[in-house]
Write a new protein. Structure first.
Length: 271
C-alpha cells in the first residue's frame, strides 16, 4: 500500500499538472460519483493527509481519493494515446487543455465540500508530514498511542488512528533504526522511546520525499524492508520476515496481516 511519501508526491504531480487551467474532461467512474460534473472547475491545489489525496477545486469542492493497495495516478499529455484512458482499471480522468490525470485501481472516491475535509478525516491521527508535526502532532500521536497499551509497536505504527501516513516500509525502517523489537507492547515503552520512534518514521518519510523529487521514489536505501534473507547492514545476520501479529506468524500482505522485516539480532526481544 502506498505510504505518505508516495501519496504526497502523487498529490504534488496532480497539482502541477492540473492547476491554473479549467477541467475540460472529468470522468469519475465510481458509482457514488458517476453523475458528479467537475467540468469547468479549476484545480487550485492537490495535497495529502496521511494516505488520502485531496484535490481541491475553485468551486468549493474537493475530490477525495485513496490509493488503497494497488491504486495510482499517472499523467499524460492531453490528446496523446496514453491520455485516452479506455482501460477497465481506470476509475477517474481529469483533463485540462495541456495535461490529463488518470486514476487507476483507486480504492476510494468522494466529492465533498472542501469545508467538510476535516470531518472526513476526523477519525485519523496527526498527519506525519504536517508542518507542525514535531510540535503539535507528535505529542498527540504519543497520547493516542497510550490509549492502545496492548498493541505491539509494529501494529501501533500502522494504526492510522494513532498517526496517519506510516505503512509497512517505514514501520520496518524506523523500528530497525531505533533498534526496537517489533512485537514489544506499547505498555512496555516509555514516552521518550515512543516519541523517538514515531519521529524517526516521520524523518525517514520526509527524507524519502526530498530524494524522490530529484532521483525518483525508492531511491533512498532501505535497510530492512524487502531484504528478506539478505545481510543486516548493521550486524550481517540475515533479515527475517514475519507479520505484525508475531515473529512466528507468516504474513500475507493482506489488510489484517501486514508484513514485518526485522533483524533478530539487532532487534532482539529484551534489548
Amino acid at each position: 500500500m502506498p505510504e505518505a511519501d508516495e501519496v504526497r508526491l502523487t498529490a504534488e504531480r496532480l497539482g502541477l499538472a492540473l492547476a491554473a487551467l479549467p477541467l475540460e474532461r472529468a470522468e469519475l467512474r465510481w458509482p457514488s460519483c458517476a453523475t458528479v460534473n467537475l467540468v469547468g472547475a479549476t484545480v487550485t491545489e492537490s495535497t495529502s493527509y496521511g494516505k488520502h489525496l485531496l484535490t481541491r477545486l475553485d468551486d468549493g469542492r474537493t475530490l477525495h481519493t485513496h490509493l488503497r493497495m494497488d491504486g495510482s495516478w499517472r499523467i499524460a499529455r492531453t490528446g496523446t494515446p496514453s491520455a485516452r484512458a479506455g482501460q477497465p482499471q481506470v476509475r477517474a480522468v481529469l483533463g485540462t487543455a495541456r495535461w490529463t490525470a488518470i486514476g487507476e485501481l483507486l480504492g476510494m472516491m468522494d466529492v465533498i465540500p472542501t469545508s467538510q475535509e476535516k470531518r472526513l478525516l476526523a477519525g485519523l491521527g496527526p498527519e506525519v508530514l504536517a508542518p507542525d508535526f514535531e510540535q503539535v502532532g507528535l505529542p498527540e500521536a504519543v497520547r493516542r498511542l497510550r490509549a492502545h497499551p496492548d498493541l505491539c509497536l509494529a501494529q501501533a505504527l500502522l494504526e492510522q488512528r494513532i498517526v496517519a501516513g506510516i505503512g509497512t516500509i517505514w514501520m520496518a525502517e524506523s523500528l530497525f533504526t531505533e533498534r526496537l523489537y517489533p512485537w514489544l507492547r506499547v505498555a512496555e515503552v516509555d514516552d521518550n522511546t515512543a516519541a523517538s520512534l514515531i519521529w524517526r518514521a516521520a524523518e525517514l518519510i520526509r527524507g524519502s520525499i526530498e530524494v524522490a523529487r530529484t532521483d525518483g521514489l525508492g531511491a533512498v536505501s532501505r535497510h530492512m524492508h524487502g531484504r528478506h534473507r539478505r545481510p543486516c547492514p548493521r550486524c550481517g545476520r540475515p533479515v527475517q520476515v514475519a507479520s505484525q501479529w508475531g515473529p512466528s506468524v507468516p504474513p500475507d500482505q493482506g489488510a489484517q496481516n501486514r508484513i514485518v522485516f526485522w533483524c533478530p539480532a539487532c532487534q532482539a526481544a529484551g534489548r
